[in-house]
Design a protein around this ligand. Structure first.
Ligand SMILES: [Zn+2]
Ligand SMILES: [Zn+2]
Length: 308
């Protein structure tokens, strides 16, 4: 084993994409530095309140811990009510936040709205898409109501590289143009800021960070998720990575060079202007927001099944 590039002691791991031999201690410092640099790049004010969208998976767990090493941070967990799965996630989040002494804001979908993620497939086969709509909306609303300035999510470089390639392959230029690591707060439309501080961090690094520090996380995948295309694109990039260790970061860098072109094209297709939802008063592009429409459909389906 070569020596650690930073401290000169015996190295314990090797980051191929950066040709970097490190000891475990220096890896943790290297990881936290990347998170700090991301916050500096986003120009996050020193006194801004940040909450991590904590799922209990390795990505958001590593994000919460590394952010808490840098500044004060809160966590938001949405309990989705998936039998045999959601309880494990909730317990893991509670333990982590207790260990790290971090305030955990909880939202229980079943208690608050009378629905659970298991109902999603009744209104749409694409369960992950419904879940995404519901989670995005709720995270913003919960953060807004708790005077949080930024919600940080654990999207890593693997997620971003595959999202870029997927949208490119399917020709969804509007979605492609919208990939972003930072979006500012917008008081007028009750939108909190969104940040993805792990955008240059690879999935295996998040796992390594949690394992080295022995942080509790749940490795089990969501039993409702059907992400055939997403998984295939990920596998494709993973196989290319063997020959080009830096491929994921390169896809992201190249995307940002071309992003203005996609934005220009997407603008021609459809102009997006925000309004406030007539029902809930949060941001939308039509009269009623996607979340309100989704919840209405779900409650209707639920009431139907109830009467049988
Ligand atoms: Zn070292
Ligand atoms: Zn609404």
């Amino acid at each position: 084993m070569p020596r650690c590039r930073f401290c000169g002691k015996k190295s314990e791991l090797f980051l191929r994409y950066a040709r970097l031999p490190l000891c475990k201690k220096c890896f943790i410092a290297y990881y936290q530095r990347k998170v700090r640099e991301a916050l500096e790049k986003f120009n996050i004010e020193k006194d801004a309140t940040i909450a991590v969208a904590l799922s209990a998976g390795k990505d958001s767990v590593a994000l919460l811990h590394s952010l808490s090493a840098l500044r004060e941070v809160k966590a938001i967990h949405i309990a989705l009510g998936i039998e045999g799965h959601s309880d494990k996630l909730l317990e893991s989040c509670k333990k982590l936040c207790k260990d790290l002494n971090i305030e955990l804001i909880l939202f229980d979908l079943k208690k608050e709205l009378g629905i659970s993620a298991s109902d999603f497939r009744k209104i749409n086969k694409k369960v992950c898409s419904v879940c995404g709509t519901v989670k995005r909306y709720l995270l913003n609303k919960i953060a807004w109501e708790n005077s949080i300035d930024y919600v940080a999510t654990g999207h890593n470089a693997d997620d971003t590289a595959s999202a870029i390639l997927r949208n490119f392959l399917t020709g969804n230029i509007a979605l492609l143009a919208r990939i972003e690591f930072f979006s500012p707060k917008d008081e007028k439309f009750k939108l909190v800021g969104k940040i993805k501080p792990l955008y240059r961090t690879l999935e295996f690094e998040n796992k390594m960070y949690c394992d080295i520090l022995e942080l509790p996380y749940v490795a089990e995948q969501c039993p409702l998720a059907k992400r055939a295309m997403q998984n295939e694109v990920k596998a494709l990039i993973d196989s290319l990575e063997k020959r080009m260790p830096e491929i994921k970061l390169r896809i992201i860098t190249n995307y940002f060079k071309m992003k203005p072109l996609f934005e220009e094209y997407a603008k021609k297709e459809r102009k997006v202007e925000f309004k406030l939802c007539k029902q809930c008063g949060y941001a939308t592009v039509s009269d009623k927001c996607k979340f309100c429409k989704t919840i209405e459909k779900l409650q209707k389906v639920r009431n139907k099944t109830k009467s049988f």
